[in-house]
Design a protein around this ligand. Structure first.
Ligand SMILES: Nc1ncnc2c1ncn2[C@@H]1O[C@H](COP(=O)(O)OP(=O)(O)OP(=O)(O)O)[C@@H](O)[C@H]1O
Length: 637
């Protein structure tokens, strides 16, 4: 392919060019003695441009004409003053009155030239309008020989005026070729960079488009066109409001001056995450780049992972948002959950039965980077030693009588890349403790009856209601295992040590139960709440959950509410959980523990709002309820 082509307006020019640079390039030359007309050169130039020519070399009027008509650079072979002087000088002895005629870029610097040498000058600004006038003027001035560009000299000949066409020197031709070659190189570099950028744009997963300062769309990748359901030709160079619709959510979002990241917008039936960044050249802002990420896909993927985990049963269903925690000691627990979830260290949860150890373990998992991986719980106290061992570590085919003949993966293997929750770790038999210690140290297991080592990437959370220090002293628990498990530690307060949480817990658990049994929520009388607050809850939240479940079920039966309440209150009063002091009517109440459940809830919400300077998002987060629930509750106050 010819990247540089020459359009020689005349045969003489073609000869000059060949003389200067040889003929290893494509050159167009007029077939007869006449110079090329504009009508003849334009189709040549356009056709060459279409076929991939990158630079055209020509001269004079043709250069001026073609520069306006084609999109590729046109390099002009320039006449120098010296070229003109040399020609005029050689004619001086033979002719009396020499005239210089032609377009401005051929008879260069003609105004100054005329003051140094004795010649008449006839500038032609437009062949159509000036040429005839200037030739006639030369005849009137009794010019006897004319020097100039091809068209002008040809025209003058028709009036019997002899003349010679000005030809550039070799140096001028060579200079034009040098410029043309540099342009080809520069255009290649530019195309290379453009192509690299285009590939980046087109291989990006996100939709990307660029908007200019005057809100016109300048560029878009195919992904953006696809997400926006747009066609390239009707989208590019359009004002965004025309292309995307004036009131559209996306236009409202990107019209402002501010940059932003990850704002969510609805686009047809998709949900997209939109980001906007400013593009600047130096200090000058020239527009923005907008990126669109289809979150529908991410949500689908997340749902798929969740479904798969659900299928295996290894899914942590609960998270921080399920946890009521407004008592100061529970707030510390939440802080630890948030902080520890960002690490991979082993955690030991210690607390009485029913204090929420499993809820905490699930919350840590769901708060961590492993949240889309398995959460595998095992109650170490529920199985006899040999079964626990095969559950935890798995076995090879034929490892023992009664074993599955295909062998079985242990829970450590199934928890790979996720979290294993070893509940009731204090109950684990001594003979298994050393094996467990090795797994924790090496993160490697060997199946029962197996000989190969399996590496596992598992985060370990252990829990116990026992005092492990005492167990160590009694020789029932290995101290080295204890230290390995107790890297991070979360002691869970009993319910009697976090009474501020009781009203909200009752509220949340009644919601949960009435939802489970699809029935209306019972309203608890004040006396029952007072009893709940004074009761010592040896079974903690699980015990409360059971009592509230019983209430919700009994409410469905045809038994008067007062009878149900009385029965439960009596039961709690008789229970060893309600101490003599607790039963004393004069026990000093906490500021949050007065009035009805509603009053207590109101006091707690208002107290939190005040402590969070009225910030509702933060208040909802701290109270462990959604923003919508907080709004509802505030409206009811
Ligand atoms: N802070 C809390 N807010 C709301 N619900 C809670 C809270 N803590 C525990 N629960 C609920 O109480 C019940 C018992 O919690 P969980 O099973 O986590 O306790 P646990 O300490 O693991 O009990 P156990 O020692 O008996 O295994 C669960 O239904 C749990 O959702």
């Amino acid at each position: 392919m010819n990247k540089i082509i020459v359009i020689a307006p005349s045969k003489e020019f073609a000869d000059t060019v060949r003389n200067a640079v040889g003929d290893s390039f494509k050159i167009y030359v007029p077939e007869n003695d006449r110079d090329f007309s504009f009508k003849e050169t334009l189709p040549i130039a356009q056709c060459e441009e279409e076929q991939g020519a990158e630079v055209i070399i020509t001269r004079g009027g043709q250069a001026t004409h073609l520069k306006e008509k084609v999109n590729i650079p046109v390099v002009e072979v320039k006449m120098t003053v010296l070229d003109i002087l040399r020609t005029v000088h050689s004619l001086k002895t033979r002719y009396q009155r020499i005239g210089l005629i032609g377009v401005e870029n051929i008879i260069c610097d003609y105004r100054e030239l005329g003051s140094y040498i004795d010649i008449k000058i006839y500038p032609v600004f437009s062949y159509e309008h000036d040429l005839d006038i200037q030739v006639r003027q030369a005849i009137t001035d009794q010019v006897d020989f004319i020097v100039g560009d091809g068209m002008s000299v040809d025209y003058a000949k028709q009036f019997g005026l002899p003349g010679i066409k000005l030809m550039p020197s070799k140096a001028s031709v060579q200079e034009a070729f040098d410029i043309a070659e540099n342009l080809v190189l520069a255009r290649f570099q530019e195309r290379k960079i453009n192509e690299q950028l285009r590939m980046i744009l087109e291989t990006a997963q996100d939709g990307i488009f660029i908007v200019s300062n005057d809100t016109q769309i300048v560029l878009a990748n195919n992904r953006a066109l696809h997400l926006l359901q747009q066609e390239h030709d009707t989208f590019i160079n359009q004002p965004i409001e025309n292309a995307l619709g004036k009131g559209s959510e996306l236009v409202q979002l990107i019209k402002g001056e501010q940059e932003f990241n990850g704002e969510i917008a609805k686009l047809h039936d998709l949900i997209v995450s939109v980001s906007k960044r400013t593009i600047s050249v130096g200090q000058e802002k020239i527009g923005w780049v907008v990126t669109l990420q289809d979150v529908t896909q991410i949500q689908k993927l997340e749902r798929k992972i969740r479904r798969q985990l659900n299928h295996t049963g290894f899914l942590a269903k609960q998270s921080l948002s399920d946890m009521v925690a407004i008592a100061p000691n529970m707030k510390n627990v939440v802080e630890k959950i948030i902080h520890f979830s960002q690490t991979d260290s082993t955690i030991l949860l210690q607390g009485e039965t029913g204090t929420g150890k499993e809820l905490v373990a699930q919350s840590i998992h769901n708060q961590s980077l492993r949240k889309n991986r398995p959460f595998v719980p095992i109650n170490c106290g529920a199985l006899p030693s040999h079964l626990l061992e095969s559950e935890l570590f798995g076995y090879e085919p034929g490892a023992f009588t009664g074993a599955n003949r295909n062998g079985k993966a242990g829970l450590f293997e199934l928890a790979h890349t996720g979290t294993i929750f070893l509940d009731e770790i204090g109950e684990i038999p001594l003979e298994l403790q050393s094996r467990l210690l090795r797994v924790i140290q090496e993160r490697e297991i060997m199946r029962i009856g197996g000989s190969s080592i399996i590496t596992v990437d598992v985060r370990i959370i252990a829990a116990t209601h026992r005092n492990l220090q005492t167990a160590i002293e009694e020789g029932k628990f290995r101290d080295d295992l204890y230290y390995r498990l107790n890297v991070l530690n979360i002691p869970l307060p009993s319910l009697r040590d976090r009474k501020e949480d009781i009203p909200l817990l009752v509220d949340a658990l009644l919601d949960k139960m009435s939802h489970r049994y699809k029935c209306p929520r019972p309203q608890l009388p004040k006396e029952m709440l007072d009893t709940f607050i004074r009761y010592s809850w040896p079974g903690n939240i699980r015990e409360m959950e059971n009592i509230l479940e019983r209430l919700v079920v009994l409410f469905q039966a045809k038994i008067p509410n007062e009878v149900i309440f009385k029965e439960v209150i009596e039961e709690l009063k008789e229970s060893h959980g309600l101490s003599k002091d607790d039963q004393d009517e004069h026990t000093a109440p906490s500021p949050f523990l007065e009035g009805t459940l509603k009053d207590m809830e109101t006091a707690i919400i208002l107290d939190h709002l005040e402590r969070n300077n009225g910030n509702k998002d933060l208040t909802a987060q701290k109270l462990g309820i959604s923003r919508a629930t907080l709004w509802r509750k505030l409206k009811e106050i």
